[in-house]
Design a protein around this ligand. Structure first.
Ligand SMILES: Cc1cc2nc3c(=O)[nH]c(=O)nc-3n(C[C@H](O)[C@H](O)[C@H](O)COP(=O)(O)OP(=O)(O)OC[C@H]3O[C@@H](n4cnc5c(N)ncnc54)[C@H](O)[C@@H]3O)c2cc1C
Length: 412
């Protein structure tokens, strides 16, 4: 189907991450005659990042994209999770089907698959190295000013620019955004280091006092492994002044800070810090959850972390939101129907998402304790958790299309 009255439907998507590239793919599959610009602030594509996973409905959506075999072929080969104590002993072990899903994949691989699938599609154009600085909406258009100084008008603007979304600030008023960005008291650095012979195919999770965590997860290539260096403060909204300053100052200052914080952390800290100095994919960010009373405003809408950042399932929710938004837009007959379609997306997808974006109780402070005693208590509970196989109750890692509406898609 093509829009007869608005054949030149112009769409601007901010952010070429998981949500933005998935949305560009599915909007093209609606058959609307849309020209889609995906604008990425970074001057180059950012298909980087460590292990992420897709679960339930997101697996079914990726299957409909024809990408499931490619996802499985890029499985990180992780066999389970091992919690390690200060003596390098395993205190709890979880097999596949809990924290390790059947669909573990590096963010770099998944984002690369979505970018490749969408960038070859008709009327999808990726633009790098610019971002939106002002948005003005009228009944008919969204007028946008870019950092480069350029101006343009669109029928629809989509914010897919991550948890610290600038689009959110530009499209929703202060009252609506109040309390929406919630720092959870955690900073995480992600990077890859060389694998050594004694590394196994497990996710290793080690804690040192003062909320410090070191984690290692396997890569499929057999040459590198993924590392996570985690700094957790005692409470949500409790910022670490030095980490904040380092985030403002760039990767070299961030690495310098982590070297100071982790020099006496124990376990494999020395090896991880040495690898960090040599890596070429270092990325550090604050962890936050985002909760908003609304994701839409007239012809503007948020998807993915920009709308509902959370922990653990953010990638699945980003894929799902992108699919639902495209599906609801696919029903419009005219550009004037866009605001109603955005409202339908929000109503339909909020129902499906339910409380799926809520953080587990006590997270992350309980999982990354401040004292040696609290680490022991956490270890004891983790042991009970693994013996009772309670981790098997985590959200399903099987395809599930029972909650996906019967949208109509055109073949590619
Ligand atoms: C480089 C990178 C590495 C990551 N690594 C991991 C990881 O190892 N493990 C993990 O669990 N999660 C990681 N994440 C986060 C994870 O991808 C998301 O939490 C989740 O997949 C939801 O995806 P999203 O598309 O909403 O956000 P993201 O995947 O974060 O994508 C947002 C995109 O928007 C771009 N952007 C930001 N601001 C603007 C702007 N103003 N205008 C235009 N574009 C903008 C960003 O550069 C990014 O490409 C990473 C994110 C990034 C950007």
């Amino acid at each position: 189907m093509s829009l007869t009255k608005a054949p030149q439907l112009k769409v601007l998507v901010n952010g070429a991450g998981i949500a933005g590239s998935t949305f560009a793919y599915w909007l093209t599959r609606t058959g609307l005659n849309a020209s889609i610009t995906v604008l990425e602030r970074s001057p180059f594509p950012r298909p980087t990042g460590q292990s992420i996973e897709i679960r339930g409905p997101a697996i079914s959506i990726v299957e409909k994209m024809g990408l499931l075999p490619s996802v499985l072929a890029r499985n990180t080969t992780e066999e389970g999770t091992r919690l390690i104590n200060a003596q390098s002993k395993i205190v709890a072990e979880f097999g596949k089907g809990g924290f390790t899903s059947e669909y573990e994949i590096l963010r770099s691989d998944l984002c690369g698959l979505f970018l490749d699938a969408s960038k070859g599609m008709k009327n999808v154009n990726y633009v790098y190295g610019d971002y939106v600085t002002a948005v003005q909406q009228t009944d008919q258009t969204v007028d946008v000013t870019f950092n480069s100084g350029a101006r343009d008008s669109f029928d629809l603007i989509v914010g897919a620019d991550g948890s610290a979304s600038r689009t959110r600030t530009l499209i929703l008023d202060e009252q609506t955004r109040k309390g929406s960005y919630n720092f959870i008291g955690q900073y995480i650095a992600y990077f890859s280091i060389p694998r050594i012979e004694s590394d196994t195919k497990h996710w290793y999770w080690y804690n040192a006092p003062k909320g410090r965590g070191l984690m290692m997860r396997p890569h499929r290539n057999g040459k590198t492994i993924g590392c996570y260096v985690v700094v957790t403060t005692p409470a949500h909204d409790h910022y670490d002044a030095l980490a904040e300053a380092a985030l403002e100052s760039g990767p070299e200052k961030q690495k310098e800070l982590l070297r100071i914080y982790f020099c006496d952390a124990g376990w494999q800290a020395e090896r991880i810090l040495a690898g960090m100095d040599e890596c070429d994919d270092f990325y550090m960010s604050r962890s936050a959850y985002v909760k908003l009373p609304t994701w839409t405003n007239n012809r503007a809408v948020l998807i993915g972390d920009a709308a509902h950042a959370t922990f653990g399932v953010g990638t699945s929710l980003a894929v799902e939101g992108a699919y639902f938004l495209a599906g609801e837009l696919g029903k419009i007959k005219h550009s004037n129907d866009i605001p109603a379609a955005l409202k339908r997306y929000e109503a339909t997808y909020r129902k499906v998402q339910g409380d799926g974006a809520d953080l587990p109780p006590g997270f992350p402070q309980f999982a990354f304790p401040q004292t040696a005693l609290a680490i022991k208590v956490r270890d004891a509970l983790a042991w009970v958790f693994c013996k009772t196989k309670a981790h098997k109750l985590l959200p399903g890692d099987k395809p599930d299309d029972s909650k996906l509406p019967p949208y109509e898609w055109v073949a590619v």
